[in-house]
Design a binder for this molecule. Structure first.
Ligand code: ZN
Length: 244
């Protein structure tokens, strides 16, 4: 019987932490992908001013190396630095756009042209690859094997099994609007908790979903085993920005 699980119920489906790079299989020393990028955190303030808002509020010790801001090491240096540099650059542009355009609170779409100009096709494709790399690191960090379709997409194959969408998080939008009303900055960076679907007979994950949110604008990620009709992300110039 199949089911949708979250939290501890997913524990039996975890696999031993791999010692090779989940993207290319290299046995070189592994490096950490950032849950939250230093450039994003720096925009919000110095390490002294930032707090980690997980189960408890506490200070972030280092905005570059703290466990709070990095996933477990799962990518070789080549994949994490050289190979994915265009992805990281595209994310930086999108992140700055989302952070500085607070008018997105009333928007129902994002036009990639407004983000990347005439390079919108490569920009949005590289942003999609950044999101897939980030989610792969998160899946491995959470104790599961990275699905093959993530590797294929990073290698240039068309999207299958992966859906990416732009969302306005109603929870974080309300927090932002409350901050505007009270004259305080309430925006932050968030990785909401993940959910998964499983096959009990095969004892494996069959789906995984979460998001990464900048202020109140997020990239939502869904991986579904065997699903071929993935949602378009980068091949559509005007992308819906759904309230979620
Ligand atoms: Zn690698």
């Amino acid at each position: 019987m199949d089911g949708i699980l979250s939290g501890d119920a997913l524990d039996p489906y975890r696999t031993p932490q791999a010692t090779t790079c989940w993207w290319c299989g290299s046995t070189e020393p592994l490096t950490h992908e950032h849950k939250f990028k230093k450039s994003d955190l720096s925009r919000m303030g110095s390490a002294d001013e930032l707090v980690w808002g997980g189960d408890e509020l506490r200070k972030i010790r280092s905005i570059r190396k703290s466990k709070d801001v990095r996933f477990n090491a799962s990518l070789c240096a080549r994949c994490n630095n050289t190979a994915s540099q265009p992805f990281d650059n595209a994310y930086d542009v999108f992140s700055e756009f989302s952070w500085s355009n607070t008018s997105l609170k009333d928007a129902e779409h994002v036009d990639w042209w407004d983000v990347y100009g005439s390079n919108w096709q490569s920009g949005s494709l590289n942003l999609a690859r950044y999101a897939v790399k980030h989610m792969g690191c998160r899946i491995v960090h959470d104790g599961y094997a990275a699905p093959d379709s993530l590797r294929s997409f990073l290698a240039g194959a068309p999207t299958t099994e992966i859906s990416l969408g732009l969302v306005k998080s109603s929870e974080h939008l309300n927090l932002y609007l409350m901050g505007v009303r009270d004259g305080i900055e309430t925006r932050g960076l968030w990785n909401p908790s993940a959910g998964g679907s499983v096959s009990r007979s095969r004892q494996c994950l069959t789906g995984y979903w979460s998001a990464t949110i900048i202020g109140f604008v997020g990239i939502a990620f869904l991986w579904e085993e065997g699903q071929s009709a993935a949602e378009y992300f980068h091949t559509q110039r005007v992308k819906p920005l759904r309230l979620h």
